[in-house]
Design a protein around this ligand. Structure first.
Ligand SMILES: *Cc1c(COP(=O)(O)O)cnc(C)c1O
Length: 387
């Protein structure tokens, strides 16, 4: 194994993306323009009939805009899984509301709706589930939970493009909004970027306005309309969250390739499953995907068993010595200094997340991996766990 380090993640970018970005650059329109419009249109078509799309410069921005459009503000609480990236919770704080952290379901590491139920108060306004690793939260269970407590639902789908459960594509369901990420490591990428998807015309309108300073029409609109471009109306103190055309040009190509890339990740995940089951290693594998579900396979997360010969931290060091980059998703938010101190959180409040955090490892899983690289990962895992 002298090929050097296999990175934990790499974007899958080819000549088509490079040509598209070049075309956008040559067009002279480098902020939000025709490529953003086209990307929004194609993305909406991918999600299905009746959805509106608002392209933004990150999923974090999209989550912020969705909650803002729903009127989340001071005195309100939003249920957020502790098993997530800090962006999911920070946007709630940006609006002066409080994220209330929820423990994880042991099988999927998605948020546990039974624990969420015990944390609902008169101030709870919304729930913000994460489809961890690309395995969707059950849409029917989510819907009945939200209905029972009269909560708005905003889905953090940063890991879940494309994914489906119970016949519902993530982004095409009943939630107030669903937000995808096109960050460098995600399943499709624009470098930085995101997409807010909604069926609610009011949310789409508000998010479009707030993503560009609270101006009632964007620069491209102004450029094309009969009114002079300089005559615009500021109707709210908005944000600067618009996506650029070169990024959208790249996104259009990635979108076209999304299903092919997902199939490749699915193939790699299946190979991992088979190899590890066959080797009888001291680890738990990702749960089975229910029949008919579509897993995005953004992450492949193994969990070491107590009889593994190494700790999780040493496992990652030894994998890297064998040339394989690994990672951990996530350090739960209740273990992060800010959230821990701010809300006086203890490990015992999140027994599942606290326990599972100690034994999770994310293995490399991306469409650019060659068969040889996939085999290298398996060999390294087997070597570290059978020493
Ligand atoms: C990556 C990620 C985000 C943030 O996405 P950005 O596009 O980088 O803002 C939010 N939530 C989860 C679960 C993520 O993994």
């Amino acid at each position: 194994m002298s090929e050097g380090l296999l990175p934990f993640a790499l974007p899958d970018i080819g000549d088509a993306e490079i040509s598209a970005v070049t075309e956008a650059l040559r067009s002279g329109w480098v902020s939000s323009g025709p490529f953003v419009r086209a990307f929004e249109k194609e993305f909406a078509e991918f999600c299905g009939p009746g959805v509106e799309t608002v392209a933004v410069n990150s999923a974090t921005a999209g989550l912020h805009l969705a909650l803002e459009a729903l009127g989340i503000g001071p005195g309100m609480e939003v249920l957020v899984p502790t098993w997530t990236f800090t962006a999911t919770a920070e946007v709630v704080r940006h609006l002066g509301a409080d994220p209330v952290l929820v423990d994880s379901h042991p099988a999927t590491l998605n948020l546990d709706l039974a624990d969420a139920d015990s944390k609902v108060t008169a101030r709870t306004a919304a729930i913000l589930p994460v489809h961890f690793a690309g395995q969707p939260v059950s849409p029917s269970e989510l819907r009945s939970f939200a209905d029972a407590h009269a909560l708005s639902v905003v889905e953090d789908a940063a890991h879940a493009f494309p994914a489906a459960s119970e016949g519902v594509f993530v982004g095409s369901g009943e939630s107030a909004a669903t937000v995808f990420s096109f960050y460098a490591t995600k399943t499709i990428t624009t470098g930085e970027g995101g997409m807010l998807v909604t069926r609610d015309g009011d949310i789409a309108r508000r998010a479009r306005c707030m993503r560009l300073h609270g101006i009632d029409r964007d620069a491209f609109d102004r450029y094309r309309s009969d009114r002079p471009a300089w005559r615009y109306n500021v109707v709210a103190p908005g944000f600067k969250y618009n996506l650029t055309d070169p990024a959208a040009a790249m996104g259009l190509v990635q979108l076209e390739r999304a299903e092919k890339m997902r199939l490749r990740r699915g193939e790699i995940a299946a190979y991992y499953n088979e190899s590890f089951v066959g080797a009888g290693l001291p680890l738990d594998l990702p749960g089975k995907v229910a029949w008919g579900d579509l897993h995005a396979w953004h992450l492949y997360v193994i969990r070491l068993l107590p009889d593994a010969p190494v700790t999780r931290d040493d496992f990652i060091v030894e994998m890297s010595e064998l040339g394989v980059g690994c990672s951990v998703h996530f350090v739960p938010l209740h273990l992060q200094p800010f959230w821990r101190t701010c809300y006086d959180l203890r490990d015992g409040m999140f027994p599942v997340a606290s326990r599972e955090f100690e034994r999770v490892v994310s293995l490399p899983l991306y469409s650019r991996m060659t068969d040889e690289e996939v085999r290298r990962v398996v060999e390294a895992v087997v070597e570290v766990l059978t020493r």
